[in-house]
Design a protein. Structure first.
Lengths: 378, 70
């Protein structure tokens, strides 16, 4: 079994399972083309905690909790739980913030880009192209010696902090405490945040995905990076499987329910805009930030579950980035259709500036944080 | 002479990249790679094998020592 997970079939299995579960989560209540989306769901959690006040995207998403705890269980069972940290935490935090801003300008993480395409949303092609370009930039910086420096082994408690925070979130979701008169968690009554699968189904799907992804090192950014950097296609099958299986599952669900799950077009897509330049540009920033931080948003959650405190800092940066993106009007607005006329959405001028600032930040960091070869070769 | 690559604590893809650079620079002989996660162990092993090197894995000091030879 160990060998199977480590083989080429490992990532393919993880991608295929995500490809089945994501459309099923839509069937059970999640927003369309958003069965799982790490960026969107962390943004919804930020909203539920009041870190932003966009009333339509506030909900504690149990899938995210499941990803971390599923990876934790796998890491413990296979003796891969390794508490570690201390590799450029502030740089990783800021990369998390800008990665989230880029993803929210596009409206999705790499997983959702694939799921959007599997649902016929052609805008995802621009997002995926941007992602490849951003990762390509990261590959050039890595070839040039970019590094965030070494992590160090840490006391066990450090590895348990992120899983414990997730258990805390789960308790909040279950108990729904009230913190004073009118002071409850924020929960959307309309919009994407009001659409969700039942808690146990969402959590269960998250646990399964987290477990499998930890075993197989499933990573969408890594899949592209390894091909560009080393011609290594080990992870690539994972994203191919996710795309194809999600498309097929959408077709089956569409036939079974009588409601189409696939609709090929640029306009009229759920929680999406058709502003091509910024679908591309947002994901260039996100891809570059993921590449410099060493993992896509999903992979960062799984590594948090393995005890990686640096990945946990990146995740925290993404949650804070979601707060900033919505408080400061940086996120892309979805297209709106009034009286048959499509009004193209996309980011405000502030969102566009934020993408520019993020790209400059990543470039400066990428060009200046470099490995000295004598530190490596003795 | 054995070259040692100490990639402990480095995040993806640096251990694999350093391993690849080391095997390409050496062309033959023995190279030791020190890493501390299973992901790095698998990635470095795959990279070295693809470049035509033999890989022995030793568990050591809470991490791994890979001995690459060709």
């Amino acid at each position: 079994m160990k060998r199977f997970f480590a083989s080429r079939w490992g990532p393919i299995t993880a991608g295929a399972v995500i490809g089945i579960l994501a459309p099923l989560l839509v069937y059970f209540g999640n927003p369309k083309n958003m069965g799982v989306c790490v960026a969107c769901f962390e943004r919804d959690i930020a909203g539920a905690l009041g870190l932003h006040r966009n009333a339509v995207v506030q909900h504690i998403r149990p899938e995210i909790i499941g990803f971390v705890l599923g990876a934790l269980i796998a890491a413990l069972l296979f003796r891969e739980f390794r508490p570690r940290g201390g590799s450029a935490p502030l740089a990783r935090f800021l990369l998390g913030i800008f990665a989230m801003i880029g993803a929210l300008v596009f409206l999705g993480c790499p997983w959702r880009a694939l799921l959007r395409l599997a649902g016929g949303d052609l805008n995802a092609l621009l997002g995926l192209a941007g992602l490849v370009v951003g990762i390509g930039g990261g590959v050039l910086l890595l070839r040039n010696g970019f590094t965030l420096g070494k992590a160090h082994p840490a006391p066990a408690v450090m590895g348990w902090l992120m899983p414990a925070a997730m258990v805390g979130l789960l308790l909040l979701a279950v108990l729904q405490p009230v913190f004073g008169e009118g002071l409850a968690l924020f929960q959307s009554e309309k919009g994407p945040g009001s659409l969700y699968a039942p808690l146990l189904i969402a959590l269960g799907a998250g646990l399964v995905i987290g477990f499998l992804a930890q075993r197989t090192r499933f990573c969408t950014m890594g899949a592209v990076r390894d091909v560009l950097l080393m011609g290594d296609t080990h992870l690539l099958g994972g994203i191919g499987a996710l795309l194809v299986v999600a498309f097929l599952t959408n077709l089956v669900l569409g036939a079974a329910t009588g409601t189409p799950y696939v609709n090929f077009s640029f306009t009229g897509q759920p929680v999406a805009h058709s502003n091509h330049l910024w679908n591309f540009g947002g994901m260039v920033l996100a891809g570059l930030a993921f590449a410099l931080a060493g993992g896509c948003p999903g992979r960062q959650l799984f590594m948090s579950g393995e005890g990686d405190g640096d990945a946990a800092v990146f995740v925290t940066g993404m949650v804070v980035g979601a707060g900033l993106a919505h408080n400061l009007n940086l996120a892309g607005a979805a297209d709106t259709i009034t009286e048959g006329l499509v009004k193209v959405g996309g980011p405000s001028v502030y969102g566009q500036i934020a993408v520019g600032v993020g790209l400059i930040f990543c470039l400066v960091l990428g060009l200046t944080a470099r490995l000295r070869t004598k530190e490596v070769a003795k | 002479m054995t070259t040692t690559v100490d990639a402990r604590g480095l995040s993806c893809p640096q251990p694999a990249l350093l391993t690849r650079n080391a095997v390409r620079a050496a062309r033959g002989g023995t190279i030791e790679v020190l890493i501390d996660t299973e992901t790095a162990r698998d990635n470095c092993t795959r990279v070295a094998q693809r470049e035509g090197w033999k890989v022995e894995v030793h568990e050591e000091g809470g991490g791994y020592r890979l001995v690459l030879s060709r």
